[in-house]
Write a protein that binds this ligand. Structure first.
Ligand SMILES: Nc1ncnc2c1ncn2[C@@H]1O[C@H](COP(=O)(O)OP(=O)(O)O)[C@@H](O)[C@H]1O
Ligand SMILES: [Mg+2]
Length: 359
């Protein structure tokens, strides 16, 4: 069942078009991430859904209730949209206690004092903040403040939760814990949520579906597995993982496969849409798909190992091809379980893991 749908949404800031025809749907019980580089329009889309920015064109519908439609000039004000919003900055009131912060949406809705207290305490317990109701925001850690912001968004049971980079103010270790907490909370409470993030790992871990935004348009959408495993463009392939990219020229295309040639190498891979023979192209492969071999085979390149870097759970190897000209130089990275001494290596780049896109 569709909880929220956005149809062909356009939004300008002054003369600057920021959303250029975005359409998306959120199913009930689903978590969708809006992913994309800084400035791609993620926050703007979230704010337009919330009613905090005025769109120019398009429609936003929640459960058959039209929130915005430029044709019928319908526009429900933000405070009547019944959406729970968690801002990137948390936006807690510094002079209100944790309990008062969380109670605020209930107070606005004129819920009775006694019920306010019960619901606030219930949320505090859900969020693992049971004993902190009387503290002020500055007496909390960053992770606790973030939970209070989530609590305030959840307290009146909105059908849809909107979160703008909810984890970006936390340090790396805490962010991983908070990510698991948030995923579990959303599932436990059966919420539908739209979460903005610029971090592809976070998007994959938390969401059922990802919308990748590129300059105000949806580049691709799908499950985390589809986005990571079957990108339709170089932009999506690059954004979703750690990659090696080799620039060359397409020498052959047949049966959905392309052969790309560069100075001293030739690779076969899946041909991206619109690819043509003779075109400049990028062959791209995830770092973890590169295998170290002992002899040359199809789709292998021979390169000198420059250095091994210890990453804790694995090693990362760096290979560099010097090439006759500066533009022929490139770097290939691979992972392995032990340190390696510098020297020539055969690297296998299996054709089923190489994508070829126009560049
Ligand atoms: N209030 C504003 N006034 C004018 N331009 C804005 C405003 N907010 C954002 N922008 C511009 O809109 C674009 C998209 O911004 P935003 O949605 O915040 O991106 P993201 O959240 O993906 O980083 C950027 O180019 C940004 O500079
Ligand atoms: Mg943003």
């Amino acid at each position: 069942m569709i909880e929220l749908s956005v149809e062909n949404l356009h939004l300008d800031y002054g003369a600057n078009p920021v959303l250029k025809g975005v359409s998306m749907q959120l199913q009930r019980g689903e978590v969708v991430s809006l992913l994309g580089p800084s400035g791609s329009g993620k926050t703007t889309l979230l704010r337009a859904i919330a009613g905090l920015e005025a769109a120019k064109k398009g429609r936003i519908v929640m459960n058959d209730r039209v929130l915005f439609d430029n044709e019928t000039r319908a526009e429900v004000p933000a405070e009547l949209r019944e959406l729970g919003i968690v801002f990137q900055s948390y936006a807690l009131w510094p002079h209100k206690t944790v309990a008062e912060n969380i109670a605020y949406p209930l107070k606005l809705r004129k819920i009775k004092k006694a019920e306010q207290q019960t619901r606030v305490q219930d949320i505090l317990n859900q969020l693992g903040l049971g004993k902190l109701g009387l503290r002020y925001p500055h007496e909390l850690s960053g992770g606790q403040q973030q939970r209070v912001a989530i609590g305030r968004a959840l307290v009146y049971n909105p059908p849809v939760l909107l979160l703008d980079e909810p984890l970006s103010n936390l340090d790396a270790k805490l962010r991983e814990e908070a990510r698991a907490f948030l995923r579990e909370l959303i599932l436990r409470l059966g919420l539908s949520a739209i979460m903005v993030t610029h971090d592809q790992n976070e998007a994959m871990a938390i969401s059922d579906r990802i919308l990748l935004l590129n300059n105000g348009k949806i580049e691709q959408q799908g499950t985390p597995q589809e986005m990571y495993g079957s990108p339709h463009s170089l932009f999506c392939a690059e954004f979703m993982g750690s990659n090696n990219i080799l620039q060359g020229t397409v020498s052959e295309i047949s049966n959905g496969q392309a052969v790309v040639q560069g100075q001293g190498w030739e690779l076969r891979g899946r041909a991206g849409e619109g690819l043509q023979q003779g075109q400049n192209a990028s062959a791209i492969i995830r770092v973890e798909q590169v295998k170290l071999g002992t002899s040359s085979s199809e789709n292998s390149v021979q390169l000198p190992l420059l250095t091994s870097m210890y990453l804790g759970e694995k090693w990362e190897y760096l290979f560099r091809a010097h090439g006759a000209n500066a533009q022929d130089a490139f770097v290939v990275r691979a992972y392995g379980m032990q340190e390696r001494v510098p020297g020539q290596c055969h690297l296998e780049l299996p054709a089923e893991h190489v994508w070829v896109f126009p560049s």
